[in-house]
Ligand binder design. Structure first.
Ligand SMILES: *[C@@H]1O[C@H](CO)[C@@H](O)[C@H](O)[C@H]1NC(C)=O
Ligand SMILES: *[C@@H]1O[C@H](CO)[C@@H](O)[C@H](O)[C@H]1NC(C)=O
Ligand SMILES: *[C@@H]1O[C@H](CO)[C@@H](O)[C@H](O)[C@H]1NC(C)=O
Ligand SMILES: *[C@@H]1O[C@H](CO)[C@@H](O)[C@H](O)[C@H]1NC(C)=O
Ligand SMILES: *[C@@H]1O[C@H](CO)[C@@H](O)[C@H](O)[C@H]1NC(C)=O
Ligand SMILES: *[C@@H]1O[C@H](CO)[C@@H](O)[C@H](O)[C@H]1NC(C)=O
Length: 424
């Protein structure tokens, strides 16, 4: 009895592994490149979808719920499949609607399909679109170089109409959301390839360079060899009113080790879901609630003048208020020298420090503090924007609900230093 059970199990395992090998070889990890659009400052991820394969640039929305693409314009694919109402895909996607379409049938318009609500995170508009699946092709990696292109069949996404692309970067045809849902690319890749539910983002700081987004686990490498195993970790916090988004627990802000006086109750998320600190790739610069913004900019300015009395304040350059004449600042090989802005996380030993490459931006002949007043009653007190995330390696570990992070510039590397050259 027992032996025939094991025999069956063996055949079964063999079957699974051969089926798997026939469709895909199991990669260690996958990656997308990510570039920065110089006019909108959006981060753009080219995904390769459809049959025949087509590059589909999408805007990165870190906390967005899924991938959606424009299906109204030139969507041609023999592997496109609308999701049938009440199918397992609809349940997985949490779809609550079941729809019909009166226009001619085609991608994005079919009867008896379930719907999702694709959103444009720049204009904050949403609409209804059908849930569908199609083949995508993704680069694999062993952690240090690109490996073979991997086919991911039946990748779930939502269709969106062309008008929903308003204000997205030129050429972009959709949005890639990496938020906490069962149909985000993170979840889909992890179930297709038995990866741990982990992804890492590294945004490059120059628009001419590519950064990288990794899925799965491998000892990721940037050149020169960098120890990405030693990261600092902080819990990822869930906001019940924005459950797909990633929040972290900032408990204090310091400038050069001196605590900035701020109203601490703004730092935690209250019962209504207000307050807290969110990570965002759709805001180009960090937004801070007005009282926090004033306290931080005032402390920064007085500390800078204390350390560098020759620094000359110049007129504001919207949206930035605190600007200095570039010629009156001090520089080293790594850039301009200014006070450190330290976001203290769960305790004094876990600090996210914004060094000058993340805190200062060049505007003509000035260097400005790259923070923006987020207004008096924003939903979220601090929204960490893209500029402040650049050249930081950030690993989102969903099962452990934690964020690992490391600033790469002091390791003499950058997010653009993944070796994108594949080995033949
Ligand atoms: C959906 O069904 C309606 C009503 O039967 C029909 O008028 C319409 O043409 C169908 N649409 C598609 C896309 O098949
Ligand atoms: C990845 O593959 C490249 C090329 O075969 C090799 O040089 C490198 O050492 C490999 N890296 C790891 C971490 O296995
Ligand atoms: C902040 O404190 C740390 C540890 O006490 C020290 O190494 C560092 O030099 C201080 N930084 C500044 C700018 O005072
Ligand atoms: C601190 O912020 C909370 C939440 O917005 C507010 O209710 C409270 O009045 C503020 N306290 C002070 C001293 O401003
Ligand atoms: C990138 O990888 C290729 C292939 O392994 C290697 O020849 C090249 O030297 C690497 N480049 C850098 C900068 O490490
Ligand atoms: C794979 O990555 C290379 C850059 O290393 C890129 O040029 C290529 O378009 C990518 N292919 C796919 C299918 O994403």
């Amino acid at each position: 009895m027992a032996s025939s059970f094991y025999h069956l199990l063996f055949i079964f395992t063999l079957l699974i592994s051969t089926t798997f090998a026939a469709t895909t070889t199991r990669p260690k990890a996958l990656f997308f490149t990510v570039s920065k659009d110089s006019s909108t400052l959006q981060y753009v991820v080219p995904i390769t979808q459809r049959t025949p394969p087509k590059p589909v640039p999408t805007t990165l929305h870190l906390g967005g719920p899924f991938v959606w693409v424009d299906c109204d314009r030139a969507y041609v694919s023999s592997t496109y499949r609308p999701a049938q109402c009440n199918s397992a895909s609809c349940t997985l996607a949490n779809s609550i609607s079941c729809g019909t379409c009166n226009a001619p049938p085609g991608p994005g318009c079919n009867n008896n399909t379930c719907g999702l609500s694709p959103e444009n995170p720049i204009t904050n508009t949403a609409t209804i679109g059908e849930l569908a699946s199609d083949l995508v092709r993704v680069n694999s990696t062993n952690g240090s170089n690109p490996g073979p292109i991997i086919k991911v069949p039946n990748f779930l996404f939502s269709c969106g109409p062309t008008f929903l692309l308003k204000c997205l970067a030129k050429g972009v045809q959709g949005v890639i959301g990496l938020g906490r849902t069962k149909i985000s690319p993170v979840s889909q890749f992890s179930s297709t390839f038995s990866f741990p539910k982990r992804f890492a983002i590294c945004l490059a700081s120059f628009t001419s360079d590519n950064g990288v987004i990794f899925f799965g686990d491998a000892p990721f490498q940037f050149y020169p060899p960098t120890d990405l195993n030693s990261l600092k970790y902080t819990p990822l916090i869930t906001n019940p009113t924005a459950p797909t988004e990633y929040f972290v627990g900032v408990t204090a802000i310091k400038i050069d080790n001196i605590t900035v006086p701020i109203n601490k109750s703004l730092l935690s998320i209250n019962k209504k879901g207000n307050g807290g600190t969110k990570l965002s790739t759709v805001n180009p610069y960090t937004l801070m609630e007005t009282s926090i913004y004033k306290a931080v900019t005032t402390s920064f300015d007085s500390r800078l003048k204390q350390r560098f009395p020759q620094a000359k304040r110049v007129k504001a350059a919207a949206p930035f208020e605190v600007c200095y004449d570039s010629n009156t600042l001090t520089y080293t090989r790594v850039g301009v020298v200014v006070p450190d802005i330290q976001l203290v996380l769960q305790n004094d030993n876990v600090v996210w420090t914004m060094y000058s490459s993340n805190s200062m931006v060049t505007v003509d002949n000035a260097r400005c503090l790259a923070l923006v007043d987020g207004g008096k009653n924003p939903k979220t007190s601090i929204v960490m924007g893209g500029y402040q995330l650049e050249d930081n390696f950030m690993q989102f570990d969903l099962p452990k609900s934690r964020l690992g992070f490391r600033y790469l510039v002091y390791d003499m590397t950058r997010c653009s230093n993944f070796n994108f050259t594949s080995v033949a």
